[in-house]
Design a protein around this ligand. Sequence first.
Ligand SMILES: Nc1ncnc2c1ncn2[C@@H]1O[C@H](COP(=O)(O)OP(=O)(O)OP(=O)(O)O)[C@@H](O)[C@H]1O
Ligand SMILES: [Mg+2]
Length: 450
Amino acid sequence: MIRVLAIDDEEPIRRLLKKELTRKGFFIDTAPEGQTALSMLRDTAYDVVLLDIVMPGPDGISIMKEINKDPACPAIIVLTGKATVETAVEAMKQGSYDYLTKPYKLEELVILIDRAYEFRRLKIKNLLLEQELIKKEPILDFVGKSPQHKELLVLIKKVAPTDSTVFIYGESGTGKELAATTLWRLSKRSNSPLTALNCATFSENLIESELFGHEKGAFTSAYQTKYGIVEVADKGTLFLDEIAEMPLSLQPKLLRFLDSGEFRRVGGNRTLRADVRVITATNKDLSLLVSNRMFREDLFYRLNVITITLPPLRDRKEDIEELALFFVNKYNKKTSKTLKGLTKNALSKLNNYSWPGNVRELENVIERAVILCEGDSISEQDIFLPSSSQIKYSVPQLNRLEDVEREHILRVLDETSGNQSRASEILGIERKTLYLKLKKYGIDIQKSKS
Ligand SMILES: Nc1ncnc2c1ncn2[C@@H]1O[C@H](COP(=O)(O)OP(=O)(O)OP(=O)(O)O)[C@@H](O)[C@H]1O
Ligand SMILES: [Mg+2]
């Protein structure tokens, strides 16, 4: 059904249009003035707008300019009194589809609406085709020239058109999210959105209802039925970031969904289906989590059908220069600067650094350099890197935290004379978790007692 919005300040005209066009099989809403119309346009996807020109408040021409800001806006037909034919000509210039003088003949108006509808349909089809073309352009923002990067791109291109689950692994800041986006852009599903869910940002309880939705009344605050992300992403692609944080309790349900596309909303007993391609990513070593029973083995194998590993930046130094120039350009645009690039010394400073924060860290360093730079190229003085003493710490830092944890566990076990239940209470973790940690740190409970 063609959806029409008529904007006219005269009530009798609105009433007449509503009556006649409804009878002719159109869906029609009316608005008495511009502001109301614009807010209705934001809420409902109309195909055709009938627009009066002379109105109190914003006139037809300015409303039209506003409507036309959206490339997928409805087709506009101007309905105008005889005296304002000149304004109607102006309206045509501003991009209205056609105009009709009042009083109009109903048959004529109906034909015009049908044509305007067809016109808009073609326009939108064109827009989509254009977007397709843009997508087919070479990938410009996934930068690199190292052999590792080239290999990565070959792999991404190979797996993108399939519907397989893809697992992306890499240290923080190596470009996992960008790789996922690139994969989606090159996939058959690129016309449907890429929906992302970061598993680390939701509590264990919330994540299930985020993912699969909940039925009204499923829990105290579930006032309404909520669609899960898998339903919203139906026919599209779902990016589950930081998959290592997926609660153990939810993992069987995710596995079932990956195997069959079937799921249930929280508090619901209907089995629903969604057709979603899943991409996951993490910077954790999942196999280690599996051996510590923190991640289900069956899910691990299911996710691992295809693994894309993003190497750390320090292992592909050939990419540094190209990435740095790419970011200089990016931040030139953002800051309206015209820096040419980097001096030789600046570049060798970048090349001699170990980049524990990978590409993200490089991007931040360049952003800052672009802002600070007063010459026409970035020099080594513009580049701020943590001092070498800090660099030494930046990688093993994680291990040191583990050392602290190990020490602390040993202390508590000592205090509790090796009583694991007591110890886990004091530590605020479950016994099972304590047990896993003891195993991980190789703590022998017998020995620690003595
Ligand atoms: N090859 C690349 N070309 C251009 N930009 C890149 C490239 N790799 C990463 N970046 C940029 O670096 C930043 C960090 O990348 P991204 O967010 O994808 O990393 P990540 O691996 O998901 O990090 P985290 O583990 O912290 O979530 C982003 O701004 C991204 O656009
Ligand atoms: Mg990320």
